[in-house]
Design a protein around this ligand. Structure first.
Ligand code: RIB
Ligand code: CA
Length: 307
């Protein structure tokens, strides 16, 4: 049976490829896509999610959500994703968004689902946190929460913090303390998914579908990561989706994970207790290794299935 999921995102170049992967994979039953501001403002992340979904021809509802974090002000990431969020790649306009907002849609789906639903978060966790905070009785209807967030060590938006965690650390804390099973794909995991021009060229050769070409065009706009040696860009957001589809490509370690909510330079840092120094019980499985070649082959095979 396909795994029922709700995908919360902030497209975003890597979100775009994650959305294609999720909608191309029969292992997943995507019940809804919910959108927050993050890589760029909500006006762009929402229109991007609508356009990307329409390109796949999958009849999935896209719900607008939070345009800012629970606390503080909104900050975007234009130097990676461009001001429009897709590196300047223009897609045909999608259908109008659902009238129901993200947190309401998440709660409705959880409330009415015959079986628990997996929440997948690949942007700031604001929408997911709002849903959990405003109807905690639904917690047992959450099968697991699978996130791209955090880092064992250095961040990518500050020296201490990864962008999604840093964008709304209070929202991440709501999820980390929810008591529901968590799976985290951190920056150290996504660094193993380094997209090079050769990987993009190998994808392009797999077909001529609009989604495959759009995935390649979008990914080709992403600057190579100096942090990772300058030969490619880490493909963050498809990692948690790939774990749901083919967990055998990964190894994971149960750890106690917290997030720094202070006002200082470490705000948004995920503190991952690898050696159980705190004695706190593990609240998350943190993904550690990835079979990189199999990962990229999976993505190419799935992108090629799309229209
Ligand atoms: O730090 C990487 C994460 O932040 C990814 O989800 C990317 O899309 C941005 O949202
Ligand atoms: Ca994202």
């Amino acid at each position: 049976m396909p795994t029922p999921v709700i995908l919360d995102c902030d497209p975003g170049t890597d979100d775009a490829l994650a959305l294609f992967l999720a909608l191309a994979s029969p292992e997943l039953d995507v019940r809804a896509i919910t959108v927050a501001g993050g890589n760029t403002g909500l006006e762009h992340t929402l229109s991007n999610a609508l356009a990307l979904t329409a390109l796949t021809r999958r009849p999935i509802q896209v719900h607008p959500g939070a345009d800012r974090p629970l606390l503080g002000s909104f900050t975007s990431e234009p130097h990676i994703h461009g001001s429009d969020g897709l590196g300047g790649v223009v897609l045909p306009q999608g259908r109008p968004p659902a009238a129901e907002i993200a947190a309401d849609a998440i709660r409705r789906i959880l409330r009415t689902a015959p079986a628990p639903v997996t929440l997948v978060g690949i942007g700031p966790a604001t929408n997911l946190a709002l849903a959990l905070m405003t109807e905690p009785a639904l917690l047992p209807k959450i099968a697991q929460i699978v996130l791209m967030t955090g880092a064992w060590a250095e961040g990518n938006v500050t020296p201490a913090a990864e962008f999604n965690a840093w964008s709304d650390p209070e929202a991440l804390a709501v999820l980390l303390t929810s008591g529901r099973p968590l799976v985290l794909a951190t920056l150290e995991l996504t660094a193993q998914a380094l997209v090079t021009p050769a990987r993009i060229a190998a994808w392009r050769a797999l077909g001529s579908g609009r989604c495959l070409q759009a995935a390649c065009d979008i990914q080709a706009t992403v600057p190579h990561s100096i942090r990772l040696g300058g030969s490619g860009a880490p493909l963050h957001d498809p990692c948690p989706i790939a774990w749901l589809i083919r967990p055998a490509l990964f190894t994971a370690r149960p750890c106690a994970v917290t997030v720094d909510l202070g006002p200082g330079p470490s705000r948004g840092r995920t503190v991952i207790d690898r050696w159980n120094r705190t004695g706190a019980p593990p609240n998350a499985k943190v993904l550690e290794t990835l079979d990189t070649d199999a990962f990229f082959n999976l993505l190419g095979e799935r992108f090629a299935r799309l229209p």
